[in-house]
Design a protein around this ligand. Structure first.
Ligand code: ATP
Ligand code: MG
Length: 389
C-alpha cells in the first residue's frame, strides 16, 4: 500500500462501457499492470478512469462511442480514498448524450462540482501528437490540465465557447443577409446587426480574457518543471522552453489590458471576419510552442527529442498537480513502454517509484524488470473481461 498522503483508487466498476459488459475491479497494489492483446479493452479501462477525472475523453467527444454497442446506457463508478476522506464517483452515460453524475450517491446538477475529486495524468503513446499535431491538440491538453488544477476553468471555457458559437452564428447570418440584400427585389431590412455584433465582441473579449490569463499562468508554472525533467532525461544537453502564443498577445496580463487588446484586434480583423464569416480572434486560435535549445521541437525535433519532451511534460504535470492539489495524482500509462527506450523508461519508473498510483497497459510483460513486476498487481484483459494472473 502507499505509505504517505495520497489519492488512491480502490475500485472501479464498468457496466456496458465500450466493450465491457459488467466488470468490477479492486486495486490492491500501488501499481496495476493490464496486459493483453490488441483490441481487448486495456485502453478502454484507462479511458473510464480519465472520464471520472475530467468528464472528458481524449479519444472521443461523443458519448455514443462510449456506450457498448447495442446498449443505450453505460455506467462508470469508482471508490476513491483521499486524505480528505473517501468518495464514491458515478457517471452514467447515454447514447443520446445525456449524462448523470453523482458524488457519494448524490446526483449533482452542476457537473462542475464533480470535477477535481479524482486527479489523473494520462500518458499514452499517441501523445507525440502533442508535439507533432495541430494547435488544437495542444489547446486540448492545456485545457484538460487546467480543469484538473482549477475545476472552475471548465465553466469558463464553456462560457467562452458558447459566446463564440453565438458570435459565429451571427457572422454567418449577416453573410446570408448580405446575399439576400444583393438580390432584387430587396427584402424588408432585417434587424440592425452591427450593434448586435458589438455586444458579442464585448462578451467574447471578457470570456476570452479569462481563458487567456489562466492558460498563460499555468504554462508559466509548468515550464520550469518541464525544463527540469527535459534536462535530466537528456543528460543536461538540452533546454526545453514553452512559449504561449495567444491569439491576443499583451505585455501585461491585467484583465482590462487584455480585454482592450482583444477588442482592438477584433477591429483589425473585422473585414477578414466579414469575408470568412467566422471569429478570427480569441483563445480558440491560441498556439503553444515548444522549443529545444531555441529550435522548434515540432518542426525540427528528432523523434527521440520529441519523446523526451512529452515525457518531461507529463512528469511536470504530475508535479504541478501534486503541488497545487496537495496529493499525488493517479498516473495512467497507456502503451508507453513500447515507445520509450530503456533510458527514458528507467527515468520514468524512477520518477514514479512509490509516489503515484499507476495503471499501466502493455501487450507483453517482457519490458518490465523483475522488481516492478513483483510489486505490481497484474490483470490480463480479454474481450472486455479482466482476469487476475
Ligand atoms: P491496443 O493494445 O491495440 O491498444 P486495447 O486493449 O487498448 O488494444 P481498446 O482500445 O481498449 O483496446 O479496445 C478496443 C476494442 O473495444 C475494440 O475491439 C473495439 O471494437 C471495442 N469497442 C470500442 N468501443 C466500443 C463500443 N462502444 N461497444 C463495443 N465495443 C467497443
Ligand atoms: Mg490501447
Amino acid at each position: 500500500m502507499l505509505s504517505h498522503r495520497s489519492m488512491y483508487l480502490r475500485s472501479l466498476y464498468l457496466k456496458q462501457f465500450r466493450n465491457y459488459g459488467e466488470q468490477q475491479v479492486e486495486f490492491t497494489a500501488p501499481k496495476t499492470i493490464l496486459v493483453g492483446d490488441n483490441a481487448q479493452g486495456k485502453s478502454n479501462l484507462l479511458e473510464a478512469v480519465e472520464l471520472l477525472s475530467t468528464l472528458r475523453s481524449h479519444r472521443t467527444s461523443r458519448d455514443r462511442d462510449l456506450v457498448r454497442e447495442g446498449s443505450e446506457i453505460a455506467q462508470v463508478a469508482a471508490h476513491l480514498e483521499r486524505d480528505l476522506g473517501a468518495a464514491d464517483l458515478s457517471l452514467v452515460l447515454r447514447a443520446n448524450g445525456r449524462r448523470t453524475v453523482a458524488l457519494n450517491s448524490q446526483t449533482l446538477r452542476r457537473h462542475l462540482d464533480f470535477l477535481g475529486t479524482l486527479n489523473v495524468v494520462q500518458f499514452s503513446s499517441l501523445d507525440l501528437t502533442l508535439v507533432r499535431g495541430g494547435p488544437e491538440q495542444r489547446r486540448h491538453w492545456l485545457d484538460a490540465l487546467l480543469i484538473q488544477l482549477e475545476p472552475v476553468y471548465a465553466a469558463i471555457l464553456q462560457q467562452y465557447n458558447q459566446v463564440l458559437r453565438q458570435r459565429n452564428a451571427l457572422l454567418r447570418s449577416q453573410a446570408s443577409q448580405a446575399i439576400q440584400e444583393a438580390a432584387p427585389p430587396a427584402p424588408p431590412p432585417l434587424s440592425p446587426a452591427p450593434n448586435e455584433l458589438a455586444l458579442w465582441d464585448a462578451q467574447l473579449a471578457v470570456a476570452g480574457t479569462r481563458v487567456i490569463r489562466r492558460r498563460s499562468r499555468v504554462l508559466q508554472r509548468l515550464a520550469p518543471l518541464a525544463n527540469y525533467w527535459h534536462r535530466a532525461i537528456s543528460g543536461s544537453t538540452e533546454e526545453l522552453a514553452i512559449h504561449y502564443l495567444p491569439s491576443v498577445a499583451t505585455a501585461q496580463d491585467e484583465p482590462e489590458i487584455v480585454q482592450a487588446a482583444f477588442l482592438a484586434k477584433i477591429k483589425d480583423r473585422a473585414i477578414a471576419e466579414q469575408y470568412q464569416h467566422t471569429s478570427l480572434v480569441g483563445p480558440h486560435r491560441d498556439e503553444v510552442e515548444f522549443t529545444i535549445n531555441q529550435t522548434s521541437a515540432r518542426q525540427y525535433g528528432s523523434q527521440g527529442q520529441q519523446r523526451t519532451l512529452v515525457l518531461a511534460l507529463k512528469l511536470a504535470e504530475l508535479k504541478l498537480i501534486e503541488d497545487v492539489i496537495g496529493e499525488p495524482p493517479l498516473l495512467l500509462l497507456d502503451d508507453v513502454l513500447a515507445e520509450l527506450d530503456l533510458n527514458r523508461l528507467n527515468q520514468l519508473l524512477d520518477a514514479i517509484q512509490e509516489r503515484f498510483q499507476t495503471l499501466i497497459t502493455t501487450t507483453h510483460l517482457g519490458s518490465f524488470d523483475a522488481q516492478w513486476l513483483s510489486s505490481s498487481q497484474i490483470f490480463s484483459v480479454k474481450a472486455g473481461q479482466l482476469f487476475p494472473t
